[in-house]
Structures are given as structure tokens and as C-alpha cells.
Design a protein around this ligand. Structure first.
Ligand code: FAD
Length: 408
């Protein structure tokens, strides 16, 4: 079959990109490897989704349901239970290869949106020593067991890492009757949103131990204990630490954009986000016609902004642009997305997403064009876990830089 846009991944990013493209008249196909659409939202039974987009606190499935209803209303074709195994260039477009219970299939599309979400960092990626007993789980996998399969994977849990998923699972496991001994975080400040620290730990009396990590796992068939140790400023364990008895270690040590397909296409990636480098329409800087949206582009903390970026990409898929790209310099920032801007439509308001490298009480983000300050935004209470979203108008120029500066 021939399509105007094939969207790979049926999570909130893929659903919204598909709807926006279909509204512009494109023939769209969504390909999802799981049996149902909705992505990670299917297992997020807590509320807090959609406050910005809908002005309501929805659960993950409720948020996904709204977009799935829209996909159905627009008559968008969906292949579920179908895994994308390869993409290659052909005749100015792309051939997408899939495999499913029905067999192998190839489709042609003019444009592609990569909406494949992200992966969880594993315990092996954070150097925990010991045997490989049962009972060591990534936080998302633990959430899947509890919320989708109705299984409680342990009764006495230690949580390593204070990312949002770990915090949410600390509360979830407690509500399901497990004892959560504590959350251990190697950094000096928590990685999750402030509201999750309050609602998931403080409200349930679960202690958060900063500058502390898990160094060893003990147990043969099943986890019996872990060793927790304080760390120095370079995050190296100091002293002997202490043994904490537990039968479950939940690891929540970060997410990485899922970019296997982007690698197959040889797309330029940004080492800071681990996603591909894009312009303000989320189109790959290196390859026209390929978009990346949602957590496949950069890890978001709020789904509302996932949908916002995906809507921009989907609507743009119906356009033909002659691009004139300028790289966006990022100074004093952990990263900025987009990494490039197409200055052919300068003077229009564009949205930039960025993260600060550390806490700042008062700061400002300044936009420079050809070295001249053209716009500035004051910010209060800046924290790395909370993504910054700033809209700027910029003018056509040869260089654009965003600089984050701490103020007194
Ligand atoms: C545990 C947890 C709690 C969260 N809590 C909140 C919250 O309270 N409030 C909030 O606003 N946000 C929250 N978020 C963030 C928000 O849910 C995510 O940012 C959002 O779901 C990301 O959407 P996505 O579409 O990019 O990715 P996903 O939802 O991960 O969807 C990606 C989809 O792509 C599919 N896929 C991947 N590879 C292939 C392939 N090769 N072929 C076919 N299909 C493929 C996957 O199966 C999946 O369905 C939370 C996230 C998590 C993980």
C-alpha cells in the first residue's frame, strides 16, 4: 500500500501525529507492536495526565482513550500486533517492513514519524555487582506486572533511583500491600518531579536517601538483600555501607530514546538527548521526510508536551518546505530541542524544549541571533527534572544561540 505518512508507535505521540496529519488530508497508517494502542499510558493508572492539554487530571488510559477515539473518528488505518523491522529509502520516500502474525509486509510511504517511545536503563548499565537472582526489575516492568498483570513482584522493596517511575511505583507497591523500605538516589537532588516526591513519598512516609546508591545484590534464586552505600561528589561509593534485607529491587535510573530504526536510517543523533537532531517541526535535520516525536525524540516528563510536539510534526507532514537550517547553540543548558531551526519561516513563534543542568532559584533564558540579544525570558525555581518550554520569535540569521544564565 502507499501512504502519505506512516507512524511507527501507537503511544500518545504516534496517535497525535497521526490525527494531525489525517486532518491535513494525508493517508496515514499507524503501526504498533503491541495488541492495543496507547503506549506506556496503558499501564499508568495514576492520575495527573492532561492538566495542560485538557485542563483535567486524567489517568493514563483515559488520556489515551481520547486520542484513540479521535483516530477512529478520522478513520486512520492501524496495524496492531505488528513490529517494524526495517526502513529503507526508495524513490524519494521510504519502504517500511513489518512482521506480524499475518506474515511479512512492505508498505511505501512519503514520510515517516518515529514515535517508538523510550527504553529503561537497566541495572547492568549502572554497575551493580552481584548474582542475577529473580526480583530485580526495572520500574516500568514492575509497573506492568502490578497494573496490567495483577501480580505483586515482591513484599519488601528497595527502590534505586528517584525518577518519576520509581516514585510512582513506591506509592503503588505500598497501596498494594508491599513494604517499601526506601528510595535511594546517588545524586544530591531528586530526579523526579517535585509533585511526585510529595504525593508518592512524603504522603506515604517513604524515606528518600540522597547521595546513596545500591552497590551489591545478594541472593541465589531470589533477591535476599542489597548493600547500600553513601557516595562522594563523583558518585563513587564510600565506606562499607549497610545491608538492607529485601525481596525486590526496583531500578528507576533513567530512560533512553528508542532509536534502533533511526540508526538503520543513518540519522544524525544528539548525544545530549540520545534522540535524533531535528528542526522546529520535529523533522530530522539530516534527512527530509523523517520525523521523531514524543519520547523517541527526547524524554518528556509531561505527556501534554509529547502531544504538542507530535501535533506540530503531523501537521507539517502535509507540507513541502525548502529548508534553510541553522544550528541552535545551547549554552548553560543540558540540551535544547529543536537542535536546528528552519529560518525560511522566521518571525513566527517557535517552541523550544530544554533542560537546566542544575537547580536555579532565578534564571533567564536569552536568545541571540548573530550574537545580538533578541529575546529573554525570566524563570523561577528551575530544576533539571522539569522540562522548560519557551516560545520565541526569531529572525532569519546565520547563528542562533539559547543561553541559560543564573541570576542573583
Ligand atoms: C511510569 C510512567 C509514569 C508517567 N507519569 C506521567 C504523569 O503522571 N503525567 C504525565 O503527563 N506524563 C507521565 N509520564 C510520561 C508520559 O507517559 C510519556 O511521556 C508518554 O507516554 C510518551 O509517549 P510516546 O508515545 O512517546 O511513547 P510510548 O507511550 O512509550 O509509546 C511508544 C509506542 O511505540 C511502540 N513501538 C516501539 N517500537 C516499535 C516498533 N519497532 N514497531 C512497532 N511499534 C513500536 C511501543 O509498543 C509503544 O506502544 C509517565 C511515563 C511513565 C513511563
Amino acid at each position: 500500500m502507499n501512504y502519505g505518512l506512516i507512524v511507527i508507535g501507537g503511544g500518545p505521540a504516534g496517535l497525535k501525529a497521526a490525527c494531525s496529519a489525517a486532518e491535513k488530508g494525508l493517508k496515514v497508517l499507524i503501526i504498533e507492536r503491541e495488541a492495543q494502542l496507547g503506549g506506556i499510558l496503558k499501564q499508568c493508572v495514576h492520575d495527573g495526565f492532561g492538566v495542560i492539554r485538557f485542563g483535567e487530571k486524567l489517568t493514563g488510559p483515559e488520556y489515551a482513550y481520547r486520542d484513540i477515539t479521535e483516530v477512529k473518528r478520522l478513520g486512520i488505518e492501524c496495524l496492531t500486533g505488528t513490529f517494524v523491522t526495517g526502513i529503507c529509502d526508495k524513490d524519494g520516500g521510504f519502504v517500511v517492513e513489518t512482521t506480524s502474525a499475518q506474515g511479512i509486509r512492505s508498505d511505501f510511504t512519503e514520510k515517516i514519524a518515529l514515535a517508538t517511545g523510550c527504553r529503561e536503563r537497566t541495572p547492568r548499565q549502572v554497575n551493580i555487582h552481584g548474582t542475577r537472582p529473580a526480583g530485580v526489575l526495572a520500574a516500568g516492568a514492575c509497573q506492568n506486572f502490578v497494573n496490567l498483570k495483577g501480580l505483586l513482584p515482591g513484599k519488601r522493596a528497595v527502590i534505586l533511583g528517584s525518577g518519576d517511575i520509581g516514585l510512582i511505583m513506591a506509592r503503588r507497591l505500598t497501596l498494594e500491600g508491599a513494604e517499601v523500605i526506601g528510595v535511594y538516589e546517588a545524586k544530591a537532588t531528586p530526579s523526579g518531579l517535585q509533585r511526585n516526591i510529595r504525593q508518592c513519598l512524603d504522603d506515604f512516609g517513604i524515606p528518600l536517601h540522597l547521595k546513596t546508591t545500591v552497590t551489591d545484590v545478594y541472593g541465589d534464586k531470589r533477591v535476599e538483600a542489597v548493600r547500600v552505600s553513601a557516595v562522594d561528589d563523583s558518585m563513587n561509593p564510600v565506606g562499607e555501607g549497610e545491608i538492607v534485607e529485601c525481596d525486590l529491587l526496583v531500578v528507576s535510573v533513567g530512560l533512553i530514546p528508542e532509536n534502533e530504526l533511526a540508526e538503520k536510517l543513518g540519522l544524525q543523533t544528539d548525544p545530549a538527548t540520545k534522540g535524533i537532531a531535528v528542526d522546529q517541526y520535529m523533522m530530522s535535520a539530516g534527512k527530509e521526510g523523517v520525523y521523531a516525536v514524543g519520547n523517541a525524540l527526547h524524554v518528556h516528563d509531561l505527556v501534554d508536551y509529547v502531544s504538542e510536539g507530535a501535533a506540530t510534526a503531523g501537521a507539517d507532514a502535509a507540507n513541502t518546505r525548502k529548508r534553510s537550517l541553522v544550528k541552535v547553540g545551547a549554552e548553560g543548558l543540558m540540551y535544547v530541542v529543536p537542535q536546528y531551526v528552519d529560518v525560511s519561516d522566521a518571525n513566527e513563534k517557535k517552541t523550544f524544549y530544554m533542560r537546566a543542568p542544575r537547580d536555579m532559584a532565578v534564571a533567564s533564558v536569552k536568545l541571540y541571533a548573530d550574537g545580538e540579544l533578541v529575546a529573554e525570558r525570566k524563570l523561577k525555581n528551575v530544576k533539571p527534572p522539569e522540562m522548560l518550554r519557551i516560545q520565541f520569535k526569531f529572525r532569519a540569521s546565520d547563528s542562533i544561540t539559547l543561553r541559560l544564565e543564573e541570576e542573583e
